[in-house]
Write a protein that binds this ligand. Sequence first.
Ligand SMILES: [Zn+2]
Length: 109
Amino acid sequence: MALSIRKNDLVTIISGRDKGKKGRVLSVNHKKGTILVENCNFVKRHTRPIPQKNIKGGILEKEAPMPLCKVKLFCSDCQSPTAIKSKTTEDGKKQRVCKKCGAALIKGA
Ligand SMILES: [Zn+2]
């Protein structure tokens, strides 16, 4: 998948209760079609204390994976949610660019 969202990309949530939130991609599961975004889609998990394993128990808040269709890549150049376009550079390499402003989307930038 050349045009997919990758780890460390900046994305924005386009639907659901976290709509409008921005975060960095922690992981992408292409098989399941889900994405894990930093500080988004928190779920409360009730944990039982397991003294043998040194687990305290209580309510734990953790990011949960959400469907890929709920997020859009966020371009830091034009400051808006955007789609990815593929561009071939002069040396024949494929590059992901912003569909709106054409800025190159550098991994981790
Ligand atoms: Zn842009």
